[in-house]
Design a protein around this ligand. Structure first.
Ligand code: MN
Length: 703
């Protein structure tokens, strides 16, 4: 241990400082909410990202050894496996592990940053860049405490890749060939979409080699082993190939075959479909290809999630810049600094793919900004540490960079202090799901909007029709239809969609080449219709339902009222023509003021008690009924329905315990969601109550 150089000691010290800083800043949220029970479950905070429940479900199933077919639980995904491993070996609860994993893993990003700086001979720059990158706005948002998602390593792994590439190019040492290849294997294992970034790195190394180091055989070795690590084969096979190639490199006599190896690698890459995922991404992001095509048969038109997302549109430059660096000024300094740094050290060019991916955010796709964070942090850090050169005294040489670093950090820390994101679920909602778990069997289905899919599966261990990853227009349609149509037809659709979903798994398992149409189209055909509208209409009459193979539950949270209009969009479309139908009227507000006989419901909507009408802007509509709901002291819902005008178009509902007013047209009022979740009004032949809590209601389907 005597050989540890001064530089190594300093490197370790800087890594320790930056790592501790990154962790400490991520604990701000923890102390802000300390003791806040609504965010807790099993005496730990719950996570604050929906997708996290997906990996949590997978990890839970790995640990318990329960493996159901077609439950969509990701037991083979890297994030689930790593989580299961941590939960297994660490002395903490499962909830604690998933809550803190992002804090620890994402903070590892400081290591490659400082190591890259060390290789450039500027450790101080590394420390400053690590401090800034580890907590910069968008990187923080996507790796904060409780943000349990693949993001926790999605920047760490490519930064290690960048480090190994820079070290390989600078030193031409063999070991970096292996480190680089292993990093690709690991990165791909963790995040299969890493393809395009790896490909961009490959292209850049090729470019670099052809321009500046055409005669350097080492670079071709690097390219070949990199491509072998990237080919579209099974990860164990790729590992084996990489080891064999490395062994060949170690033999001097194989040197003349390096170009041939590179050729083989490229051919293998294309032959194994390596380019396909890149092509697919280009199609979506660059050519903006329409993702939703119709079905093969009736050419049905579904409403695509992309349509709701696309409306988010363009982000302003200021948002974009502060997400990457914390502040527009820091961002501009970072860009200038990066250009200067690249001029001084050509190898920093290899950071371009990360910056490029980050800048894709500007074209729409806010989530990409995090890729640009660490590389641009080098830019700011370089300029900050360079200022020391212009300072006359040693004291100032230390103080000037320190002050500038603090200035760069402050906007990010202010952002973090104000970024008080709630957990995905509240303790009361989880209690409902725990009761559901006690009642439902693993193979039962729960009908709920896709936003609640993963958490429901995690807390209740059931199956769902849609979730955070399965929510295309065709699968959303039946669920949207159930929630926004009358309970009688919704009940039938629930049985149909659940049984058709299971039949689909069965049939595609028996016949791998079978391509089934959407459930709704399969139903249309099976019931002898050639027009889906006719089939849907027929649900209002006597319908022979498929045989019941399992129970179906409805999970109806109160909070769904915030997204009801979006939920409705997915089924408010004529599937045959693709035309959107006239939107139903749904208005909810917590901000209202009574003024004599008039209740001002905000947004230009006024409820007149005297004339029982609602003014909606300049339009006057008569009110059919006024409903007031309240919970009595036993927490049973009571309701008072006053009929006003039998011919009225609107209903006004006042949910007194929630302090919420609803203004609904007749279709919305009669929807399953309003009838079952808001009014607890249901046909006992069709539904049975399971949990009726103020936060959420659960019903069991009886047909
Ligand atoms: Mn399960």
């Amino acid at each position: 241990m005597n050989a540890m150089t001064q530089e190594t000691k300093q490197t370790l010290l800087y890594i320790a400082i930056a790592f501790a800083f990154s962790v400490a800043v991520r604990l701000i949220w923890y102390y802000q909410f300390s003791g806040y029970e609504p965010f807790m479950f099993n005496s730990q905070f719950m996570i604050n990202t929906n997708d996290g429940y997906y990996f949590a479900e997978g990890a839970r199933d790995i640990l318990s050894g329960v493996n159901q077919e077609n439950d969509l639980s990701p037991i083979t995904m890297a994030a689930s496996r790593l989580t299961a491993l941590f939960a297994f070996i660490l002395p903490f609860s499962f909830e604690t592990v998933i809550f803190f994993m992002p804090v620890v893993l994402s903070s590892l990003v400081v290591i490659p940053i400082i190591l890259i700086a060390r290789s450039l001979g500027d450790l101080e720059m590394g420390l400053v860049a690590a401090l800034l990158a580890s907590i910069a706005h968008s990187y923080y948002n996507r790796t904060m405490i409780g943000y349990f998602d693949t993001d926790m390593l999605n920047i760490v792994l490519p930064m290690f890749l960048l480090w190994s590439i820079i070290l390989a190019i600078r030193t031409n040492e063999d070991k970096y060939l292996l480190v680089m290849a292993f990093d690709i294997l690991l990165y791909r294992w963790w995040y299969p979409q890493s393809y395009s970034l790896e490909f961009a790195f490959f292209g850049l190394i090729l470019f670099y080699t052809l321009i500046w180091e055409r005669k350097n055989l080492y670079n071709y070795k690097l390219l070949a082993i990199m491509m072998f690590a990237m080919v579209g084969l099974d990860e164990y096979l790729r590992f084996l190939i990489v080891m064999v190639v490395f062994a060949l490199y170690k033999q001097k006599k194989f040197e003349k075959y390096v170009y041939a190896l590179l050729g083989i690698a490229v051919v293998l890459f294309f032959a194994s479909g390596g380019f396909k995922p890149i092509w697919y991404l280009l199609k979506i992001y660059v050519f903006k290809d329409a993702v939703m095509a119709g079905d093969l048969g009736l050419k049905l038109h579904f409403y695509a999630v992309m349509q709701t997302v696309r409306e988010a549109g363009h982000i302003p430059f200021e948002t974009f810049a502060s997400r990457i660096s914390g502040h527009v000024v820091t961002f501009l300094v970072s860009v200038a600094g990066f250009v200067y740094l690249t001029y001084k050290h050509k190898v920093m060019l290899f950071g371009l793919p990360l910056i490029g991916l980050g800048f894709l955010a500007y074209a729409g796709g806010l989530r990409f900004t995090i890729y640009a964070v660490p590389v641009l942090a080098f830019g700011a850090a370089f300029l900050i540490t360079q200022t020391a050169q212009f300072m006359p005294t040693p004291r100032l040489k230390f103080l000037a960079p320190l002050l500038l670093t603090i200035l760069a950090l402050v906007p990010n820390i202010i952002h973090i202090q104000n970024y008080k994101v709630p957990t995905v679920f509240q303790a009361d909602e989880v209690k409902v799901l725990e009761k559901l778990k006690a009642e439902a069997k693993r193979e039962d289905y729960v009908v709920a909007w896709w936003d609640y899919g993963y958490p429901i599966r995690y807390y209740s261990d059931v199956k769902t029709l849609v979730d955070g990853g399965k929510h295309d227009g065709d699968v959303n349609f039946p669920v949207s239809f159930m929630l926004t149509n009358p309970p009688e037809v919704a009940a039938k659709m629930a049985r149909l969609d659940v049984e058709y979903t299971e039949m689909r798994y069965k049939r595609t398992k028996e016949d791998k080449n079978l391509t089934l149409l959407s459930n709704i189209e399969e139903m249309t055909k099976a019931y002898g219709f050639s027009d889906t509208n006719d089939f849907l209409y027929s649900l209002q009459t006597e319908t022979t339902l498929p045989e019941k193979t399992r129970d179906v539950y409805f999970y109806l949270p109160v909070r769904m009222s915030d997204i009801y209009p979006t939920v409705e969009m997915f089924s408010n479309i004529d599937l045959m023509s693709g035309e959107m139908k006239k939107r139903s009227f749904f208005y909810t507000t917590k901000s209202f003021k009574q003024d004599g006989n008039k209740i001002n419901l905000d947004q230009g909507i006024v409820f007149d008690l005297q004339s029982t009408t609602v003014m909606i802007g300049t339009q006057k509509a008569s009110v059919k009924r006024f409903v007031q709901t309240a919970y009595d002291k036993n927490m049973k819902l009571t309701k008072n329905i006053q009929m006003a005008n039998p011919e009225g178009e609107m209903s006004v509902v006042y949910m007194s315990n929630y302090g919420t007013f609803l203004v609904l047209d007749e279709k919305t009022y009669n929807s399953l969601y309003i009838q079952l979740a808001v009014l607890e009004e249901y046909d006992k032949m069709l539904f049975e109550e399971v949990v009726l809590a103020p936060q959420a209601k659960v019903y069991k389907l009886k047909i």
